[in-house]
Design a protein around this ligand. Structure first.
Ligand code: UD1
Ligand code: UDP
Length: 393
């Protein structure tokens, strides 16, 4: 069986590592994986570092699309992916998450009848101002096999009319073997399988402790610190929102060290969207470490040692839960509703006083219970088993 996997943005490269590893370890005689990098992310520390560190095979194709407006970037990717699909004639295309690379893969594949496997299906923010919400809805509705990481994802797909109950697909892994009907774009099949990012976090957690020295290098050993990331366009592109977040970070820095690996989008926009006075307070603050994007192993070492995580990233929200850390979410809503419902994350939006209240809340009530809501760390093997099964129908 031949799979064409599309990756492009940092989190997709990281997620793809888990599936490629499972193919290598269990299915190398049965599955050929062709990797296509769209080139959406291209700086070494946003792309190459993950291939080196996570042993992801070198991409067979790189479309080098780079940065552009949504329309231009998506169109360039769609054109390139269509050519590759026509040439390679895969059994399935594998798409991750909700970026423009996901959307381009979905549109290219659906129009020429290549069945789509969507990993991280069913997530919804119910906020269509987010480009990711458009991308994930389109991708889900063009897909043949939908792998959803959470209960909430499963419920969302049910609500949108996916034939979940008819197929008996209910709780995690309690999936009945597909019936005799062949899955197609018009007869899609949904699997609730756990989170592929959890596979990676479990696999690399101990490796990160021995293979990185970031905790010592930043002089964090034994010292409490907050790990922060900010990259959503809804925060970076709006001066008032970005300023509110940084005002809170400055206040927090009076109590605790802050480590902030900066996404390139944020690095660029800090200089235009924070006023001079705020920039001075941020850049000349000994307790705020603004650092370039870190590698995945460095990131999970930071997450493991942090006292608290503050982020607008989807992946980092989940990883903070995997490593049992409280999380302040710098967004008005989240797709990962379970981590809020369990009390381990608080939605503080880009609101200085809500961020400070959330900080105080977690200081007074450090979370202690992190129920298993993301599966058992073997989502990738389960997905491959189901892909092979569905292909045989
Ligand atoms: C994209 C995804 C977002 C995901 C994020 C992960 C879309 C619409 N957004 O957002 O869902 O959470 O990736 O990190 O697909 N840039 C560089 N070097 C790079 C990459 C980007 O300098 O290697 C800068 C460019 O100025 C670019 C900007 O970052 O314009 C934004 O990059 P882009 O890929 O368009 O969106 P992200 O904000 O990274
Ligand atoms: N990440 C990383 N280095 C960083 C910041 C994030 O390796 O400097 C990892 C993080 O551990 C997670 C993924 O990137 O696995 C999340 O990607 P990002 O925040 O860019 O996007 P999102 O998940 O919001 O789509």
């Amino acid at each position: 069986m031949k799979l064409v996997t599309i990756i492009g943005a940092r989190p997709q490269i990281i997620k793809a590592a888990a599936l490629s590893r499972a193919i290598r370890n269990h299915y190398k005689d049965q599955i050929q994986e062709i990797i296509v990098h769209t080139g959406q992310h291209y700086d070494d520390n946003m792309s190459q570092v993950f291939f080196d560190e996570l042993q992801i095979p070198r991409p067979d194709y790189n479309l080098h699309v780079g940065s552009a407006s949504h329309g231009v970037q998506t169109a360039r990717m769609t054109e390139g992916i269509e050519d590759i699909l026509i040439k390679e004639q895969p059994d399935f295309i594998v798409l991750y998450g909700d970026t423009n690379s996901t959307l381009a893969g979905a549109v290219a594949a659906a129009k020429i009848h290549v069945p789509i496997v969507h990993i991280e299906a069913g997530l919804r923010s119910f906020n269509k101002a987010m480009p990711e919400e458009i991308n994930r809805i389109v991708c889900d509705h063009c897909s043949t096999l939908l792998f959803t990481p959470t209960e909430a994802g499963l419920e969302n797909l049910k609500r949108e009319g996916f034939p979940v109950e008819e197929d008996g697909v209910a709780t995690l892994r309690q999936v009945q073997s597909p019936t005799t009907s062949t899955p197609t774009i018009d007869n899609p099949r949904v699997f609730h399988c756990g989170d592929i990012m959890y596979d990676n976090s479990l696999h690399f957690a101990d490796i990160a402790e021995t293979k990185t020295d970031i905790i010592n290098r930043l002089n964090l050993s034994g010292k409490p610190f907050v790990l922060a990331t900010i990259h959503r366009d809804s925060n970076t592109d709006h001066p008032e929102r970005l300023s509110a977040i940084f005002k809170a970070i400055i206040r927090l820095s009076e109590e605790c060290r802050i480590v902030l690996p900066l996404h390139p989008r944020t690095s660029k926009l800090l200089k235009t969207n924070l006023d001079e006075e705020l920039q001075k307070q941020v850049f000349n603050n000994a307790n705020i470490s603004l650092i370039p994007p870190v590698s995945f192993l460095e990131m999970i070492a930071l997450e493991r040692h942090a006292r608290l995580v503050m982020t607008d990233s989807g992946g980092v929200q989940k990883e903070s839960y995997f490593f049992k850390k409280p999380c302040i979410i710098l967004r008005p809503e989240t797709e990962w509703v379970e981590i809020v419902q369990t009390g381990n994350a608080i939605l503080a939006d880009a609101d200085e006083s809500r961020i400070m209240q959330a900080w105080q809340h977690f200081k007074d009530n450090p979370p202690t219970s992190f129920p298993e809501i993301f599966g058992d760390g073997h989502a990738a093997e389960f997905m491959l088993e189901k892909i092979i099964l569905c292909k045989s129908l």
